[in-house]
Design a protein around this ligand. Sequence first.
Ligand code: AMP
Ligand code: GLY
Length: 422
Amino acid sequence: MKVLVIGSGAREHALCHSMSLDPDITALHCAPGNAGIAEVAELHAVDALDGSAVSALAAELGVDLVVVGPEAPLVAGVADAVREGGIPVFGPSQEAAQLEGSKAFAKDVMAAAGVPTARSYVCTTPEEAVEALGAFGPPYVVKDDGLAAGKGVVVTADLEAAKAHAAACERVVIEEFLDGPEVSLFAITDGETVVPLQPAQDFKRALDGDEGPNTGGMGAYSPLPWADPKLVDEVMETVLQPTVDEMRRRGIPFSGLLYAGLAITSRGVRVIEFNARFGDPETQVVLARLRTPLAGVLLAAATSNLADLEPLRWSDEAAVTVVVASHNYPGTPRTGDPITGLDEVAAQDAPHAYVLHAGTKRDGDAVVSAGGRVLSVTATGKDLAEARDRAYRAVGRIRLDGSQHRTDIAAKAAEGAEAAQA
Ligand code: AMP
Ligand code: GLY
């Protein structure tokens, strides 16, 4: 099978890394990719947001499957362009991607499907926003309606800060605060059949102890030793299948990856948000544990054949990923700094720990930083403690001037069930 992956993050590197280990893959292409993906796939300098260029590239390469990684091309209709060209594509249509692209649309689908989520108001004027903030009280949750790369949400006890964020957005969703630990659960669907993956937890705040600003994600781990073993079944029944069914009922079937961001509250599981793609960095740990070759699963979803798929096989091992970010991330990051130590990780830590690149590029013989989240180190082990040790040992070998990473990824979960839920 020949595959083209669209995107350039650590998630796309994780997808390519998994597929590079699959004997059924005869050619692996990526556009636009990064310095790490270049080691396992042939890169093409095509704009990921340009549907006709992606479709033309897929046809020229004669690929059997296109996998669209990030949300921006999905919301821009890149999957539609490839599908119209007659090539199977893993990723929802532009219309279906509104589940991620518009928080108000997602709330409407959840209401129709009876999916448990935070109560909310959609507001378009400052007056409406003030009224909604008053109705819920602190802590306030104010979300920009559109795509904001994980940075459009403000959760604060400060009414003035909440009002200011609402005023800065055209349309906002203001909602009830959900307490309790967060879980990311991904499901692969062809619009009808839904196949859940294993749950993961990511760390959204920039600094240790969940302090500092929201980011795209600073680390993740899987499995979740503290979670109820029935969690996946419950979310399938109350969230994933009803949502997929409701999308089909509306005539906009969702095929691709449905990502449920969940809060495990004292009153039960609630959806925080949906995404229409693999989450980053959770993908790094979920795929590290998937034993079934990935491309066949994605192709089955792209060709409406998921009902015939064998049950997925999973490793018993645990996985941890730690993101290394540039100086000043999530503000405007510093770029162009050389990254060293990558060879040492490959020589001393593989295959238990490996580097997945995000914002990197080649500059002559050197690999330099080219974005906010620069890379993530993923490691597996017999339990979270071993996976964590291996991940941090490899992180310690990587040198990037001014870089930052959290030191507490999966720490509580590795210590014990009770601690992680606090
Ligand atoms: P989102 O972009 O919707 O995932 O929001 C980013 C982060 O904001 C989430 O991962 C949560 O940590 C937090 N958040 C979003 N909605 C709520 C909510 N209703 N209650 C508490 N925290 C929330
Ligand atoms: N891990 C958060 C995201 O992918 O949106």
